[in-house]
Design a protein around this ligand. Structure first.
Ligand code: FES
Length: 238
């Protein structure tokens, strides 16, 4: 990769869980201000029809944008029941992540903005990616993780985005999803999101891509979900 691109990637550079109402209420009580409700947005396929759980292939990295038009998220089917966990923050705070969603409770989703220095997938490249269990990272030899190659931070998608290694100080922010029948909605975030800093740091890039910062900050009402390889030219593994 071109060094300038790499440096830009490093300088410019997190799946949701589907929850039912009762778990949502429990989570709300435990998150101490880390849960934020945003616009309820339907997850859809490229043809505009609602995304169903059966459409989400196991251990495949899907991208969508939520809660804003420009803020990327990853959706992953971990193919097993994922239980709720409590995450502890370095300042002593903590919050409960509600675990996997869907009928099998295997679906998780996170903001794809790295909490270290905001590495995130763009149309040109993605430094932060999911590594399935059978395709581990060459650098860390770990699979079943989300890893950011900018400075090698590792996150556990089965544990609420917990930091496993590297310089990141916060877990990935989780995206809350709810199901209604076969439909899947993104409804909010849990954890420490990076949206304010993201808009500040990448203002010029976002204006270029979306026409204005206001457009980049538009709250979405539906999210088109695609495999990462259909969105970005280069999925960079390390
Ligand atoms: S931006 Fe530094 S590890 Fe992700």
């Amino acid at each position: 990769m071109d060094r300038r691109v790499f440096i830009k990637a490093c300088s410019t550079l997190a799946v949701a869980s589907l929850v039912d109402a009762s778990i949502f209420s429990q989570t709300l009580a435990n998150t101490k201000g880390t849960l934020k409700r945003y616009t309820k947005a339907l997850l859809v396929k490229e043809d505009g029809s609602p995304l169903r759980e059966e459409d989400i292939k196991p251990h495949t990295q899907y991208i969508f944008f939520y809660p804003y038009a420009s803020t990327p998220c990853y959706l992953i089917n971990l193919d097993r029941e994922i239980k709720p966990v409590e995450l502890k923050l370095k300042d002593g705070g903590s919050y409960t992540w509600q675990g996997g969603a869907g009928k099998k409770r295997s679906l998780v989703a996170y903001s794809a903005i790295c909490p270290h220095q905001l590495s995130h997938p763009t149309k040109d490249y993605s430094f932060i990616n999911y590594y399935p269990p059978d395709k581990p990272s060459e650098t860390t030899k770990k699979g079943g993780i989300i890893q950011c190659c900018a400075h090698v931070s590792l996150f556990d998608p089965a544990e609420g985005g917990k930091v496993l290694d590297g310089p990141a100080e916060f877990p990935l922010a989780a995206i809350l999803l709810e199901t209604e029948g076969d439909k899947i909605y993104a409804v909010g975030t849990v954890g420490v999101d990076q949206f304010t800093q993201f808009f500040e740091n990448f203002k010029q890039d976002l204006i270029q891509q979306y026409g204005s910062l206001a457009n980049a900050k538009k709250m979405v009402e539906s999210c088109t979900v695609v495999e990462i390889k259909r969105y970005t030219k280069e999925v960079i593994h390390c």
